[in-house]
Design a protein around this ligand. Structure first.
Ligand SMILES: [Fe+2]
Ligand SMILES: [Fe+2]
Length: 444
C-alpha cells in the first residue's frame, strides 16, 4: 500500500486520531492528488508542443488530448475533494513541476513530443493502473469509474500518436526524462528516489523555456496575412465579404473555409498562454483548453472541406502574423486581443455570411457555421470571465476596459515592428488567390 506523502495529507494526519481512522482513504487520496497535479502540468506544458510541431493534423490532435487532460484534472479535483487528505488547494508541488519544466526544453518540437508520449504519458497510464490495482473496488467505486475511463483515454492517446512518432529518434532525451522521474520517486512519489546518473544536468536550470518567435507549419506554405484588396495576390477580399458587394455565395463559401482554416493561428497563439500562467486556477486553464480545442475544430472545418471543394491545400498559404505579433506581448494582452477584439468583433461580418451561405442549401456548411457561432459566443464569455484574473496573475490592476483599449493601441505599434515579416512561400501564380477562388467556384 502506498505511503502518504503530500503536505496536505501530512497536515491533516497530524490532527490526530480521526485522520488515523481514515488512513486507507488518505493513502488513496494522496495518489489521486499526485495524478491531479501531473495532469494539470500536462495541460500547462504539452500546449508548448502545439506551435512547435508543424503538421496541422498533429496540432489538432494535441489540442484534443490537452482538452481531455484538462477534463481528467477537473474530475480528479472533484473526486479528490470528496476524500480526506486531498487538500482544497490546486497548487502543483515543485517536484512534479520541475519534471515538466524539463520536458518542454528540447529545441526540436518532435523530440519534446516524444518525451511526453514515450515517457510522461506512459508513466501516467501506469499510475492510473496502479491506483486501480491498489484501491478497493467497492469502497472507492467513484474513483474506479473515473480511472477506468481515463485509462481508456490514455491508451487511445498513445495509439493516436503512434504514426506521428514513427522514426523520431529521441532515445537520449527519453532516458534523460526517465532519470528525472526516477529521481523524484516516480510520478506518484512512492518509489525510492533514485540518484541522478553521473553528468545529469537539469536543462531548465541552465535556461528557462521561451516561445519561438515564429510558429511552425512544417511543409505547408506560409505568408504574413491572407486578407487583402488585390484578388490576384490574396485569397480573402475584405470588400467582397461586405453586403454591398453582393458576392456570389459559392465564392464566399470558399473564402469562409480559408478564413476558418486560418484559425490555426488562434490555436498557436492561445497555446502560448498556459505555460506563462503556472499559478492560474484550474478552471481558467480548463476553459482555455476548451477554447483551444474549439479553435482547432474550426480550423479543421476549413482544412478538411477545402480539398473536397477542389482546392489544392498545398496552394493555401498559412498566415502567421497574429502569432508573430502576439507572442511579443504578455499573456493578458494576447488574451485580451483574442477575446475582446478579434472574436468579439467578428460577429457582424459572420452573421451576414451565415445568411448568404444559407442560399447554397449546403447543410454541412450551415451546421459548421452554426456551431462556430455558438463556440465563439462562449469564447467571448470566457474572455469576460478570465481576462481580469489573468491580468491579476501579472500584477496588472488597470480597469479592464482601459486595459483592452491600451492593448489595442499597443498591438498596432507591435504590429509595425513584428508584423508583415513572413514572406510568401509561393508566387502569386502558385498560391490560392481570390481570382482563383472565383474560378474554382465556377463563377465568371
Ligand atoms: Fe474560432
Ligand atoms: Fe474563437
Amino acid at each position: 500500500m502506498a505511503t502518504t506523502q503530500s503536505t496536505d495529507a501530512e497536515a491533516s494526519k497530524s490532527s490526530g486520531k480521526s485522520s488515523r481512522r481514515m488512513l486507507a482513504v488518505m493513502d488513496m487520496s494522496n495518489l489521486l492528488r499526485h495524478v491531479f497535479e501531473y495532469e494539470r502540468e500536462i495541460v500547462r506544458t504539452a500546449t508548448t508542443l502545439i506551435y512547435r510541431v508543424g503538421e496541422p493534423e498533429l496540432k489538432y490532435l494535441l489540442c484534443q488530448h490537452v482538452w481531455e487532460s484538462a477534463q481528467h484534472a477537473r474530475f480528479l479535483r472533484e473526486r479528490g475533494r470528496e476524500m480526506a487528505g486531498f487538500g482544497s488547494g490546486e497548487k502543483v508541488r515543485s517536484d512534479i513541476r520541475k519534471i515538466f519544466e524539463e520536458a518542454v526544453k528540447p529545441e526540436d518540437g518532435m523530440v519534446a513530443l516524444a518525451g511526453f508520449y514515450r515517457v510522461l504519458k506512459p508513466a501516467l497510464l501506469e499510475a492510473y493502473r496502479y491506483y486501480l490495482k491498489e484501491t478497493d473496488h467497492l469502497a472507492d467505486w467513484p474513483s474506479k469509474q473515473l480511472l477506468q475511463a481515463f485509462i481508456e483515454d490514455e491508451e487511445r492517446h498513445a495509439a493516436e500518436m503512434t504514426a506521428y512518432l514513427e522514426g523520431v529518434e529521441a532515445s537520449d532525451w527519453a532516458d534523460h526524462l526517465e532519470a528525472a522521474l526516477s529521481s523524484i520517486g516516480g510520478l506518484l512519489g512512492i518509489r525510492e528516489k533514485e540518484d541522478l546518473p553521473a553528468g545529469f544536468v537539469w536543462e531548465h536550470e541552465k535556461e528557462g523555456f521561451s516561445h519561438p518567435a515564429v510558429c511552425n507549419r512544417g511543409k505547408y506554405p506560409v505568408c504574413s496575412g491572407v486578407f487583402g484588396h488585390d484578388p490576384d495576390v490574396d485569397p480573402i477580399m475584405r470588400p467582397w465579404l461586405e453586403e454591398k458587394a453582393n458576392t456570389d455565395p459559392a465564392i464566399l463559401r470558399l473564402m469562409v473555409y480559408v478564413w476558418l482554416m486560418m484559425e490555426l493561428d488562434a490555436v498557436d497563439y492561445l497555446a502560448t498562454i498556459f505555460y506563462d500562467t503556472p499559478e492560474a486556477p484550474l478552471d481558467m486553464h480548463y476553459d482555455m483548453a476548451r477554447h483551444l480545442w474549439d479553435e482547432s475544430r474550426h480550423s479543421q472545418f476549413g482544412f478538411r472541406q477545402l480539398p473536397r471543394l477542389g482546392v489544392d491545400i498545398m496552394t493555401v498559404e498559412h498566415s502567421l502574423d497574429l502569432y508573430c505579433i502576439l507572442v511579443q506581448m504578455p499573456a493578458p494582452e494576447r488574451y485580451a486581443m483574442m477575446t475582446m477584439e478579434f472574436e468579439a468583433g467578428s460577429f457582424p461580418t459572420k452573421a451576414y455570411l451565415i445568411d448568404r451561405l444559407h442560399e447554397l442549401n449546403d447543410f454541412e456548411m450551415d451546421t459548421l457555421l452554426a456551431f462556430d457561432r455558438n463556440d465563439e459566443q462562449n469564447h467571448v464569455r470566457y474572455g469576460h470571465q478570465w481576462l481580469k484574473p489573468l491580468m491579476g496573475l501579472f500584477g496588472v490592476e488597470t480597469e479592464v476596459g482601459e486595459f483592452v483599449k491600451a492593448t489595442k493601441e499597443k498591438f498596432e505599434e507591435v504590429a509595425k515592428q513584428f508584423g508583415g515579416k513572413i514572406p510568401h512561400t509561393l508566387s502569386p501564380e502558385e498560391r490560392l488567390t481570390a481570382n482563383k477562388i472565383k474560378k474554382i467556384a465556377g463563377v465568371n
